[in-house]
Design a protein around this ligand. Sequence first.
Ligand code: RAM
Length: 950
Amino acid sequence: MKKIILSICVSLCLIACTDNALIKNKKNENNKISSPIKLKVGEGFVNPIGYYESKPRFSWQLPPASTQKQQTSYQIQVASSADFSKSSLIWDSGKVNSDDNAWVGYQGKALESRQRVYWRVRTWGQNQHVSNWSETQFIELGLLNNNDWQAKWVGHPDTNERYTNPSFNGMPAVDHILYRPQYLRTNFNLNKPIKKARLYVTAKGVFKPYINGSAISEDVMTPGWTPYHKRIETLTYDVSDYVTQGENAIAATLAEGWHTGRIFHPTQQEHVKPMRLLAQLEVTFKDGTQQVIATNNQWKSTNQGPIREAGNYDGETYDANFEMPNWNAASFDAKNWAKVYAEPIDPEVKLKPKRHSAPRATVTLPTVDIVSVKNGVAIFDMGQNMVGVPEITVPAKQGQTIKLRFSEALEQDKFYVKNLRSAKNIDLYTPKQDGEITYRPTFTFHGYRFVEISGYDTAFKPDLNWLTGKVIHSDFDVYDNFSSNHNKLNKLSSNVSWGLRGNFLDIPTDCPQRDERLGWTGDAQVFVSTSMYKADVYAFWAAWLESVREEQSIDGMIPKFVPFRPFLTDGTAAAWGDAATIVPWELYQYTGDINVLRENYNMMKRWLEYTEFHSFEHISNIGTYGDWLQPYSENGRAKGDTHPDLIATAYYARSVDIAAKTARLLGYKSDAQQYERLFNNIKIKFRDYFFDDNLNVVSTAIKTIKREKGKRLKQPKQSKITLKTTQTSYLLPLSFNLFNESEQQVAVKKLLAMLEQSDRHLRTGFLGTPMLYQVLQRYGHSDVMYDILLKETYPSWFYSINNGATTTWERWNSYSLTEGYNKANMNSLNHYAYGAVAQWFYNGMLGIQPTQPGFKTFKVEPQFTQRLNDLSGSVPTINGDIKASWSITNTQLTMRLFVPSNSQAELLLPQVTELKVMKNGKAISDLTALQPGEYQISGQVQLKRDVTNE
Ligand code: RAM
């Protein structure tokens, strides 16, 4: 009886409530606000297929034109069908009172391999009006677990031809194992109407997949580079349009890549194992049944195809005489091919969906000039130092091999390849008949501006149309978001972007041209923040961090480069290993995604244990590459003059400080307290150990070590060390807050005095350089920074531009137009570290800085100067683009600012008098909390003429 009454009450109430809701909704109809836009999952994926997270994070933006400037609530729905019918709902967040519009975690049942779900979001604004639902988006998961795979690793049975790598570029001839590129295939029959098909695929090596003769994707160099002994990324492709009812063929080519090719020197192959392919094609028929075609011992393979050799460093050799027409189509008869060798999946190597975009050719560059043609050898100029591959269409003679060589810069018209060291970077093409051929290498990449072509049919005159450059990098957007009236500054901005493109090929690398191309952790930590202002690279970094975690050794050591090969030397370096704390922290500052801290906190802690283990009374002696490539160092040493222990201890403090802040954010109170105490102790010790009472760097100190080569010594060992005073020895503690307030100004004075001594030229290497702008701006000396930045003479950024740079260089003096290359063995013209300065374009010149992670609140404090004008730029954030521009004519400032929805800005213009801030024709007086919208700003600025001698 009770039950019945209750149910009547509930029903009555339901009717009433629904009615109420209807009335309310009707009302809302009139006040509907536009629906959210730019829906993304994880680190920025749009409708991903082969997604990696079983509990995705959702992000969206409020439309800029909306009446809804700030969000007060949201609702997310996830469903198994796009109609969001009741029975299909998997998770409904309900109305959540929150202004969060990014990184909102899914809280339903964990999604499973292959699962496809639909999601949408709506928001409420200040007036409690609800928006329409957003457009429906989807997420489809990849194969999350090894046991989702029925496929076997397959490859050609004979893989190791031994051959001698002839002496090259002064390197001695060495024995080398050649792994010939392989062609693999199988036929299969589908005898029912097809609904959809997915290909899950990866390789040990690099691969290119085909179905029925067609390449199914434009991705290149897949699956990319991860610590292969722990994890290999897998790709998922929607191939529904490639398969047909009836007879089909699936095929792939396979080459060395990072897995099987040498890393660094040709002798470095001890890690190398043969290439293998793993593929699983899952076809769903219209009747709901499924068929799986997987790599197994029935597949056939040959290594007698036209790609004869291919390696990352050495280039590709293609012989058209080996072509096998239609080798990847169903009609091909592979009876002469070998049966593959097949092996099961190893449980300790995790197969995981690729968690960032694969590399692709994103831009095609035309040739701008033919520099010379002599004796059948033509040199082409792409006008830009680029990374990727050439595409040639040239007249060829049967049997006459066309040879392509690559160089970053000419030396007095001569083709220079010495800085490639043992990387041959040669592509060879042998035609099977006379006539025009078109060729683009598949399994290599080069860093170059100039291409030398020989072996073509000399009856023809070389033509600009013979060659284009296919620019390859991980497939993300590079922003065009800075411009000024200063051509060289614009060029520098462009050079930094090109350095980024060139070195973000699946992993962040130091250089793209020589026999190195490694994921140096130090370079990564100095550039990560800048890269976020210049390109959509959050997923790229988050993916690399997973590899960093995997490469952390049992004692907490973070290697110098990731993925790691312990050949060059083993181990780590201070400021390099500190990427473990700095990279996640900088990503968090830019994005506001706490997940990146959560994922990496344990790694941070373990790195700190390692550092503690290698220090004595808070002075770290981990060892370091130092302020790498500092100019004018004593005896020209690459490590610079700042003492390694000073650097190591400063970074130790910085990492502890980051860990303390991270622990607070994640709610680990006792960790936070412990790290805060430790930070203060290191700070005190750092101050007293490296500096005297007057805050001069001490000239000598007694160094104590308690461990040597990882082993505890019975008695601590002591030795005397000598120290030098450098710009970086003040920049580090100022940047990392290691001096008490009372002493900061003293340190700044000393730094400024040193800068005067060097005529306002920098004397900093990889580590000190990015601190110049942070520190000088923080202490009110942006005028000095402008002088350093706009210097035309060595060492400076413009010096490189004056000498023809189209990318940023490894060394301040890598090249000069008059003397050619710096002859150092290690000299890349495409290195991103010094490009870190571009962050100042946004944080300093335009003055946009987050005051809350993710720019939810931010300040705008442009650093005005008479030396520049007409600056404009934007900073893409989770809420949309922050846009700013300013120009000063005589003393009249004209400025614009756009504050995106759901964020708030503070405007700081201390030098401006007669300030007027207008929005929609109305004057705004409270500049501490500017609401979303467009602002016109004007006033008078009195600028002192910056001191400069140029
Ligand atoms: C070289 C490169 C690299 C740097 C290391 C220490 O290989 O310059 O960028 O990190 O040295």
